[in-house]
Design a protein around this ligand. Structure first.
Ligand SMILES: [Zn+2]
Ligand SMILES: [Zn+2]
Length: 389
């Protein structure tokens, strides 16, 4: 068992300095999905400096590098993309690119993975390894692109981590089974007959119908899904109309649905479609629904989760490993974990003070978590190599 202070005291300070410098450099220069060329170049350069031979352009802008001999590989995955929003932290290392920000911590994931890669390759690797620096995690299909490009060929197990502000530095969050939800995305177009705001009886009001659809959709989770099953239906954008006195001819809405189990995930689209079309019909307008299941749930293999729980408990102390963490946020690590056993876990990085929510312009991390993530991930890979040998 070790306190965070004791752990950091034993962590080489030049290595922590480099972790922080790497993360801050990437933080200043965020790149959006499938545009991570500078980031990928930095990752490839560092991997080369460790004596590896990285392959670039994987899944468009990703990088992989293999280490160790033949046999089933342990894959270590880090995502690289930033988000389309403008940073408002005021930090000295804030994004230099308006409209782009590492607001999810992927800059830290790259820094950690590079540190782990160096540790694991400084001496002969404990097992055949593959490092993956993945593009476009944020709902843009980076994992699918990498899988299509063969990154799982020869892989026996996959591991990944996510910096996580709801937990403080020094703590790990994990679940045996589902950790993150399946992500669906939908788009609703409501069409009526526009007209004068003072003569609604001569129109088909797409605004009123849209309001009723948004409201009615909340009954899917409240009344049609078992209260014992987590699910979310959120309408996140609604656009219609041009002036205060015009009833517009159409309204466009976008939203997301989340679930953990396949049964709920399969049931959601038809329930949503029935409510969208039925409500539109009751309002005398027409609605079309385009529905896409983006990612499956991120589900940890029970044995691999046990391995991570035991290893993290050894490194951080059992009291610092939360084993019942779940969130309805999504992750395309699911693409890999659907195909090979593995485990994804959260590395606490919450700062004191005002909330630093993921995907918010004030997002920031406690950089001590970079050392924690490095130690835990290195230990996990070494333990997996020992158990799977
Ligand atoms: Zn994110
Ligand atoms: Zn993320």
């Amino acid at each position: 068992m070790a306190s965070l202070e004791a752990l950091l005291a034993a962590f080489p300070s030049p290595e922590l300095d480099e972790l922080v410098a790497t993360r801050r450099d990437l933080h200043r220069h965020p790149e959006l999905a499938f545009e991570e060329r500078r980031t990928a170049g930095i990752a490839a350069g560092r991997l080369r400096s460790y004596g590896l031979a990285p392959r670039e352009g994987v899944g468009k802008t990703g990088v992989t590098a293999d280490a160790g001999g033949a046999g089933p590989r342990l894959m270590l995955r880090a995502d690289m993309d930033a988000l389309p929003l403008t940073e408002a932290t005021g930090a000295p290392y804030a994004s230099e690119a308006p409209g782009r920000m590492h607001a999810c911590g992927h800059d830290g994931h790259v820094a950690i993975a590079l540190a782990v890669a160096r540790r694991l390759t400084a001496t002969p690797p404990p097992a055949p390894l593959r490092f993956l620096f993945q593009p476009a995690e944020e709902g843009r299909g980076g994992a699918q692109a990498c899988a299509a490009d063969g990154v799982l060929d020869g892989v026996g197990a996959a591991f990944g981590l996510h910096l996580w502000t709801p937990l403080p530095a020094g703590r790990i969050g994990i679940n045996r089974g589902p950790l993150m939800a399946a992500v669906d995305q939908f788009e609703i177009t409501v069409e009526g007959r526009g007209g004068h705001g003072a003569a609604p009886h001569e129109t088909e009001d797409s605004i009123l119908a849209s309001a009723r659809i948004v409201d009615a959709l909340q009954s899917v989770v409240a009344r049609e899904i078992s209260p014992l099953e987590p699910a979310v239906v959120t309408v996140g954008s609604i656009h219609g109309g041009t002036a205060f006195n015009i009833i517009p001819g159409s309204v466009r809405m976008e939203g997301t649905a989340r679930s953990f189990t396949e049964a709920v995930g399969r049931a959601l689209p038809e329930k949503i479609r029935r409510i969208v079309e039925g409500t539109a019909s009751a309002c005398g307008v027409r609605a079309t629904l385009r529905y896409e299941r983006v990612n499956g749930a991120t589900i940890n293999d029970a044995k691999m989760a046990d391995l991570v729980i035991e290893t993290a408990s050894r490194v951080l102390g059992e009291e610092n490993v939360e084993t019942d963490t779940r969130t309805l946020g999504g992750e395309d690590m699911s693409v890999f974990l659907e195909r090979v056993p593995g485990c994804f876990f959260f590395v606490g990085c919450g700062l004191e003070g005002p909330p630093r929510a993921h995907h918010s312009p004030r997002f920031d991390v406690d950089e001590r978590a970079l050392a924690v993530g490095t130690l835990v991930m290195e230990a996990v890979v070494r333990e997996a190599a020992r158990r799977l040998a």
